[in-house]
Design a protein around this ligand. Sequence first.
Ligand SMILES: Cc1cc2nc3c(=O)[nH]c(=O)nc-3n(C[C@H](O)[C@H](O)[C@H](O)COP(=O)(O)OP(=O)(O)OC[C@H]3O[C@@H](n4cnc5c(N)ncnc54)[C@H](O)[C@@H]3O)c2cc1C
Length: 407
Amino acid sequence: MSRSIVIVGAGLAGLAAAFSARRAGRSVTVVSAGAGATALAPGAVDDVPWERAASAARVARVPLVRRPLAVDVAAFADALGLWSIGDDGADVARIATVAGVIRPARAHDRALLDLSTIRGVVIVPRAPRAAWDADALAATWGASPFARAQGLRFHAAEAALLRHKGERGIGELDLAARHDEGDRLDWLAARLREALVREAPRGVDAAAVLLGPWLGLAAPRAEALSARLGLSVGEALGGVGSAAGLRFEAARDRLLASLGVDVVVGRATRLEVEGARVALTVHGKSDLVVGDACVIACGGVAGGGIVYAGAGAPDRARAAFALSLDAPVDLAIGGVRVDVTSSLNGPDLDETAWPTPGAEGALERVGVRCDGARAAPGICAAGAAVADRPRTALEAVAAGLRAGREA
Ligand SMILES: Cc1cc2nc3c(=O)[nH]c(=O)nc-3n(C[C@H](O)[C@H](O)[C@H](O)COP(=O)(O)OP(=O)(O)OC[C@H]3O[C@@H](n4cnc5c(N)ncnc54)[C@H](O)[C@@H]3O)c2cc1C
């Protein structure tokens, strides 16, 4: 009989663990409670936090290039089918954010427009939606050092992007879902073509079109739109909980199904290890989920895998942070075990919670104490659940692949 692995969490780390465990011939059950950090993230895929990479390159006066991806990470990305990863050693992708910044990325959701290879004029269509001020965005992106160095100009232009009454006010995810339909994509391509024709006599020779995060929920639709228009079209990087997160969930579900992974939707409340067996209690389910090993990939504070338990009460001291399930593992921050604090007010979050230049805050470092992927006998951990590891997408993938192999 094949070894069976139980995985808590279906973000990038849990999915990558399932991928490598299945490739190693194990049977896999994933237990997950719902959205985590991966589903909240807007679609940039970094190996290290991008601000740090950008500032290191600036100081060292070297170009920012795509660091090589490990073979198994590239194979995972290929199976997920969601990202553009580019070539090792090539210039990093450059993504425009709806906050007005152009930032580097090692890889990205395929719907996002990579500005690194574009020269000339990028059209930013106007749309009467509260979160999309094309004129302000075009001015801000155009003033960025990257745009100036690259010779990129951003030009806000009239376009009829909204087809139905009420689309001014519907949520971004609903608007993105409408572009899953081929007919709507044809319609949008026609409206963008009209806009380009209108701009041409004014000397605007468009090299690309940049839209909000609206191009599909089931899958990225930017390439299909680009093919229809004969021009690069893509999204700007949205905010927390934008379309890219739902596209991840759709791609994840397709990959889990193709791998033949059992999925239990529910919140794990307790993990017990007895001899060579692990048993997971899931809220509301009478049967335990059992296996030979467990991978904890429940995410960090942002994904709900680690909870702030606050200060203790006089009669009941407790540690300030706890895993979202009872499990025989330790939490740590900066290599130090998370324990009961001496103050009834808990840890001094004003001092420790937030990042400082060059160092992450406690909220991004707290996690399961591990030696490599190993957290305890029979238990591995991966991704944002692990203490003191970078909270990035590619870190979650690499750690998940390793934990799935070792479990
Ligand atoms: C807003 C935001 C923006 C980000 N932007 C970027 C970016 O631009 N680039 C980048 O590289 N990274 C970014 N990150 C970080 C990156 O997304 C995460 O580090 C990575 O996705 C973590 O993946 P994970 O699988 O470890 O955790 P998660 O994606 O959090 O997955 C954990 C899963 O476990 C589930 N879970 C938790 N507890 C339980 C339980 N008890 N029982 C069952 N299930 C449970 C959660 O519901 C969740 O589905 C961002 C994160 C956030 C929150």
